[in-house]
Design a protein around this ligand. Structure first.
Ligand SMILES: *C/C=C(C)/C=C/C=C(C)/C=C/C1=C(C)CCCC1(C)C
Length: 269
């Protein structure tokens, strides 16, 4: 039996409060989007997708089985934190474009990743826990590797280090990412996942795919950004990557949760 009237109301109050708190940032009063600014368009699209995803994940949390609720919460936090930063990144880009500079919102982006990537690692941990292979040590290894990836990336992109260090730093970041993929593809999870529910198997496949294909868009964006005039390509790719990794991955988790919830409801009947 569904008895979710109360949680629904709590979710609505939460969304309402969130909207009020952030109203000042969502209305970009400073700079309007220019018609020929395609990078700006991608910033606008990503911002709207992050907001819509956040509302969707919070509301849908009420419709999934209890064991999936935390995953839905984490999915909403990832897009919610990204939405908050996108409202500023979008403004940063538009203002800089209007001034003829077209400068990347580099610091804001890395601050966002510094929060959303560990949140995503927690999401991976929840999926691995459902497969029955998660340990605290694995969580810390994944977290450490993702932080190494982000810190080296930031040092390489921000130009705070000597130019000759850009590619060595990038390679260290790549190694950290490869290590994360190794943990997922070659760890014991692959053997155990076959014995879990269909929903969990789907979530595991989605995670492996996101980590490998979705995350690969970032280093490609990085390489593009190193070329002359690569700033546009870098920002468009990073924006697409964020929508894929945050919104689409959240949707896959939601789909897995829904599949599982329906299956267990059917077996109870
Ligand atoms: C929501 C934001 C996410 C999932 C951000 C992910 C970022 C990456 C996977 C970045 C990867 C990079 C490397 C693998 C090498 C160094 C350069 C980076 C930081 C762009």
């Amino acid at each position: 039996m569904r008895n979710d009237i109360f949680p629904n109301r709590v979710s609505l109050i939460l969304i309402g409060t969130l909207s009020l708190l952030t109203l000042g940032t969502v209305s970009a009063e400073g700079t309007m989007l220019k018609t020929d600014d395609m990078v700006g368009v991608s910033f606008w699209l990503a911002t709207a997708m992050m907001l819509a995803s956040t509302v969707f994940f919070i509301l849908e949390r009420n419709n999934v089985a209890a064991k999936w609720k935390t995953s839905m919460t984490v999915a909403a936090l990832v897009t919610g934190v990204a939405w908050y930063h996108y409202t500023y990144m979008r403004e940063h880009w538009a203002a800089s474009y209007a001034a003829g500079a077209g400068e990347s919102p580099l610091v804001l982006r890395y601050i966002d990743w510094l929060i959303t990537v560990p949140l995503q690692v927690s999401e991976f941990y929840l999926i691995l826990a459902a497969v029955g292979v998660a340990t605290a040590a694995l969580f810390w290894r994944l977290l450490a590797a993702s932080l190494i990836m982000l810190i080296t990336g930031f040092l390489a992109e921000s130009g705070q280090m000597a130019d000759s260090l850009t590619w060595p730093l990038f390679i260290v970041g790549m190694l950290a990412w490869i290590y994360i993929m190794y943990e997922i593809w070659a760890g014991e999870a692959k053997e155990k996942v076959g014995q879990t529910s269909e929903g969990t198997q789907f979530a595991f496949k989605a995670m492996a795919l996101i980590l490998t294909v979705g995350w690969a868009i970032y280093p490609i964006g990085f390489v593009l950004g190193q070329g002359d005039g690569g700033t546009d390509g870098l920002n468009i790719l990073y924006n697409i990557a964020d929508v894929v990794n945050k919104t689409a991955f959240g949707l896959m988790v939601w789909y897995a949760a829904t599949m599982d919830t329906k299956a267990s409801a059917a077996s109870e009947e």
